[in-house]
Design a protein around this ligand. Structure first.
Ligand code: UD1
Ligand code: MG
Length: 457
């Protein structure tokens, strides 16, 4: 089948997310725990979205309003009682009963599934024999408590047996159920409707779908996928394991796209981090959500970036913090212990040491001296500082917003600037220096005498 044929049948996705995640020991629903800067369930949705599905439905538990919010704009249905994966899928029926296409079932707590694996599963569903159901199999090193795929003498998938219900012989089978399944939507609800709960757990097992399809003489398909794709999160330790795998994938992708990561294991990326060609990232750099780094940028060690665009050829760090809403212009330099928030830094501008630039505009070629602070907050509201192009802001200046500084102006070091500075002006906002000649010698003599007098008494 060519990719074009494959796209002719519309796809719908059901994401199961009603599980309580008790073992996370958390007030946050399990699927909202973040991986690579985004809630776990958003990774599942992103994989689903890669198929251009006609519909996505998320199954949640009672009171999981936060999950409903996080999966917007996709609709949710509530599974009233957690009665098993088969029951969870049945909860989505009202939203999909009229759907004529292929229906994919994904788990909200299995976030590493890739578009390739989903395509492979759809591929076998749409392949030879017109299967009613397709299952994603895998062969983990330790099959543990996974369901086992039981294949008949003819090589066809006969049924799935859950670990608790399996005989010793069945438990010895290495081919396991990865959990993801795909259905022909026109036969799906007949199958789901026939699932019972006569098993060790007294739950409605989605996995029974295979034996039910077999009983009706409908074909079943299986495709083996990578174990990593179907790893689930049940505990904080597993969350950390999956984060490590995901970080490995993101780093590999960044390098494949032409970024140098000096010590990849120390770089933390968000799923949406975009690094251009010939970007160099030094050791120990954190990319929070919403970062775009254009070509040829150098991020030196120990920087923290979030919600920022860094333009071509800029140099950042070491030890810089770039906060949301910032735009670092082409060739600009942001140096050590400089924090930038909600600010636009112009082309070639420099803030090389110890500064806070918040809610500001900084023009092209402007130099921000060491220790410059924009006082953007008056205790109630935030205010903007507008600094023009080619401005020289002397060291240790405080710019009390709202305030503006015109193009080409000079701010004397140590100034507190509260009023607008016109273009090309010099602004001095500090006490005038006074010098008392020979004062120190007199002071020392006086103090020495005082000390001697005290020693006698
Ligand atoms: C399931 C499979 C098992 C497979 C394994 C792979 C069944 C019966 N078993 O077992 O064969 O090897 O996945 O990881 O399907 N959920 C609901 N409502 C429910 C129950 C579950 O929404 O009532 C959701 C969970 O939140 C989770 C997913 O469905 O996202 C899977 O449930 P889980 O309890 O983890 O199934 P397993 O026992 O792991
Ligand atoms: Mg599970």
């Amino acid at each position: 089948m060519t990719p074009t044929d494959m796209n002719q049948r519309p796809v719908a996705c059901i994401v199961l997310a009603a599980g309580k995640g008790t073992r996370m020991k958390s007030d946050l629903p399990k699927v909202l725990h973040p991986l690579a800067g985004a809630p776990m369930v958003r990774h599942v949705l992103a994989a689903a979205e890669s198929l251009n599905p006609a519909r996505i439905v998320v199954v949640v538990g009672p009171g999981m309003d936060a999950v409903a919010k996080a999966v917007a704009p996709y609709p949710t249905v509530v599974q009233e009682r957690q009665a098993g994966t088969g029951d969870a899928v049945a909860a989505a029926r009202p939203l999909l009963e009229d759907f004529r296409g292929d229906v994919l079932v994904l788990y909200g707590d299995t976030p590493l599934v890739t578009p390739e694996t989903l395509r492979a599963l759809l591929g076998v569903l749409r392949g030879a024999g017109d299967p009613a159901v397709a299952v994603l199999g895998m062969r983990p090193a330790d099959p543990g408590a996974y369901g086992r795929l039981i294949v008949g003498a003819d090589g066809g998938l006969e049924r799935i047996v859950e670990f608790l219900d399996a005989t010793a012989e069945e438990r010895a089978v290495g081919l396991c159920n990865g959990g993801l399944m795909a259905f022909d939507g026109t036969r799906m609800w007949q199958i789901i409707g026939a699932i019972g709960n006569a098993n060790a757990k007294g739950e409605y097992y989605l996995t029974d779908a295979v034996a039910i399809a077999a009983g009706r003489g409908w074909a079943r398909a299986v495709v083996e996928g990578p174990v990593d794709d179907v790893l689930g999160v049940n505990s904080r330790a597993e969350l950390a394991q999956l984060e490590a795998i995901l970080q490995g994938r993101l780093r590999a992708a960044a390098m494949a796209n032409g970024a140098t990561l000096t010590d990849p294991a120390t770089i933390w990326l968000s799923a949406d981090t975009r690094l251009g060609r010939d970007v160099t990232v030094g050791q120990n750099v954190v990319f929070g959500p919403g970062v775009t780094v254009e070509d040829g940028v150098e991020i030196r060690p120990f920087c923290h970036l979030e919600g920022v665009t860094v333009r071509t050829g800029a140099v950042v760090g070491p030890f810089a913090r770039l906060r949301p809403g910032s735009d670092i212009g082409e060739g600009a330099h942001i140096g050590n212990f400089v924090e930038v928030k909600g600010s636009r830094i112009g082309k070639g501008a420099k803030a090389n040491h110890l500064a806070y630039i918040g809610d500001a505009g900084v023009g092209a070629g402007t130099n921000i001296g060491a220790g410059t602070i924009t006082c953007n907050y008056d205790g109630f509201l935030k205010h903007r500082t507008e600094i023009g192009a080619g401005v020289f802001v002397g060291s240790n200046s405080t710019l009390v917003a709202p305030v503006s500084i015109g193009d080409g102006a000079f701010i004397a070091a140590g100034s507190t600037i509260t009023d607008a500075v016109p273009a090309d002006a010099l602004a001095l906002g500090r006490a005038r220096q006074s010098v008392k000649e020979a004062w120190a010698a007199g002071f020392r003599a006086r103090k020495a005498a005082e000390k001697a007098a005290k020693g006698k008494g």
